[in-house]
Design a protein. Structure first.
Length: 211
């Protein structure tokens, strides 16, 4: 696990690509936990019309699946660099395991959340609290998930989140969850490790600068 603090989007994306390109069968899977400065990311299926209102926040076209979403301070981002072949499951099951991990974290905080078959992510009373998007290359994943904790939600109003016009978003703070970023990061890491097993384990490492 790598704790990267607040990390700019573009170098983090490049580091994920480099890690995935250089890994081999012996490379230990990793989870990167971080926050991003304000940025919109537009996935491979993204359409410009899903960004209907002008904004000064940069828009980055990237190589994950899905449409447009927003990242900003106060949101936990977890990037999952996973060898799916070694773990013995495919992308659909990976998505389900990611969603289940977040549902368990929220349940531990007294919040009932659900996944949706028609729209990946996690929802509370129809409002989206967590988004996910992945890229699979040579059987290995990168990108991951974003859980809204204590952030400015206004930038979501400038887009059609994940391509859905009028989709409302929420966050743990607004649902009365007392745990902050640090406590929820620990709970999320534990839930991911539990749900992504078996087999294998994750690298435990101090935060390292991205190169």
């Amino acid at each position: 696990m790598r704790r990267l603090g607040v990390a700019e989007y573009l170098p983090t994306w490049a580091a994920m690509q480099e890690f995935t390109a250089q890994r081999d069968a012996a490379t230990v899977d990793e989870i990167w936990l971080l926050e991003h400065p304000p940025v919109y990311t537009l996935g491979l299926n993204g359409k410009p019309e899903h960004l209907p209102r002008a904004t000064a926040i940069p828009v980055v076209k990237i190589d994950r699946g899905g449409q447009i979403t927003y990242h900003g301070p106060g949101q936990i981002v977890a990037y999952l660099l996973i060898d799916l072949k070694r773990r013995g499951y495919g992308v659909r099951e990976l998505v389900t395991r990611m969603e289940q991990a977040m549902i368990e974290v929220l349940a531990d905080c007294g919040v009932t959340a659900q996944a949706r078959k028609d729209a990946p992510g996690v929802y509370v009373d129809g409002r989206k609290i967590a988004a996910l998007g992945l890229r699979i290359k040579h059987g290995c994943s990168y990108h991951g998930l974003a859980l809204n904790v204590d952030m400015d939600l206004a930038p979501f109003a400038a887009i059609d989140p994940c391509g859905y016009a009028g989709l409302e978003v929420t966050q743990t703070r607004d649902l009365g969850v007392a745990d902050g970023l640090e406590a929820l990061s620990v709970k999320l890491l534990q839930a991911l490790q539990r749900n992504l097993a078996p087999p294998g384990n994750f690298l435990s490492a101090a935060a390292a600068p991205l190169r």
